[in-house]
Design a protein around this ligand. Sequence first.
Ligand SMILES: [Fe+2]
Ligand SMILES: [Fe+2]
Length: 175
Amino acid sequence: MNEDNPSLISELLTDENYIVLVEDILKNEEFKKLKTIEHHGTSRLNHSIKVSYYSHKICKILGLDHISTARAGLLHDFFLSDNERSKTERIISIFTHPKKALKKSLEQFDLNDKEKNIIESHMFPINIILPEYIESWIVSTVDKIIGLYEFLEKYSLKQLHVPNIYLLLLIKIFS
Ligand SMILES: [Fe+2]
Ligand SMILES: [Fe+2]
């Protein structure tokens, strides 16, 4: 598994204003298991931190609910899976994992309606559950940009910088 610029993750985790919102999740023993699960060439934990952090930043700039966004963004892919899954299992998981993540999150944490919708709808339009809140749209979009970046990085195509440009553009438009 690619270690995925650990300095970036460490840097994000120095933001005290962010940490205070998600500390209980990061310390949860079940959630910590995401560290060993491969996800787009990085760990599912690192992927989730990036999606959560950048989504919450955008929401903060826009004066939206950055707390629910930080928490649900972190939980959006909270499901355990085998690193040796077959291709078929991985394809099925594209459609089924938002429901699994919601179930797993509810087993460990109390969630409000917005947090539930953020998790359940993050794969829209692949998954037909509609994002009902602007925060849900933001997490879903940021997840796709981060996912694309990780995918390019996995295949050493990061010099394209395409997702970075989209992310900067998104932050620029909203700021
Ligand atoms: Fe996902
Ligand atoms: Fe994701």
